[in-house]
Design a protein around this ligand. Sequence first.
Ligand SMILES: [Zn+2]
Length: 266
Amino acid sequence: MGSTKMAEFSGIVVYRKDYRERDMLVKILTDHFGFKMFFIRGARKKGCKLAAAILPFTSATFIGTINDNGLSFISAAKEVSQFQMICNDIELNAYSSYILGLAEAAFGDTSSLGIWYERLLHILQVINKGIDAGILTNIVELQLLSYFGVKPNLIGCVVCENQTSQFDFSQSFGGLLCQNHWHLDPNRMHLDKRTIFFLRRLSTIDILKVRSINVKDETKKNLRMTLDQIYNNEVGVNIKAKHFIDNMVNWPTEILIDRENEQTKD
Ligand SMILES: [Zn+2]
């Protein structure tokens, strides 16, 4: 039997879906209880007092009942604020959804995220300020890898532990290879120096201290490609928002230009 408790907690609304005729199921990432699914009775009716608090990408302090097993409930919300820029920008929305989806896949619905709650909150706050969402996504991807049981050695050469040579990344060796050992893996990724530098740097950076990011487009592409290979070959999670991000590259430029115009109209 699971336990039930009344609690006041902070949370971030991750997504929601209609349930029956008048109700909704709302997934909220909470500070103390991790990801929880909440049943909101009457959420689809006009005048629902929780309407603003259960919009996606809203953070708030909630009062409710937490069930270890099954659905939880909310009775009130205060200090409600929305990540406005994320809500208004389809691209930032996709990155943020993917980041939260990845965390949900890593931690599941049963455990507190500990320090990761603060980290994810900070990531959303800086995405919402316009800091490079693609790189912030890479940081989360790199630092969540170990929760999926994947621990690439990005500290030094997997074979000789050299930490100062020129490196490449090898999937079959599970980490860096120094130049002396490149011959051991003909299928190594052939990454340039700069990409390797950022892989190492982003995998250890203190997320709570990230304030600004400046990475060249070419390096961004390489980081995206590298993480796609690692995630596709070794993690294998399937998150809808990621397919959306992958397809954004193929969007006709007219759509992107329209979007920019819309944004400057305000
Ligand atoms: Zn070596």
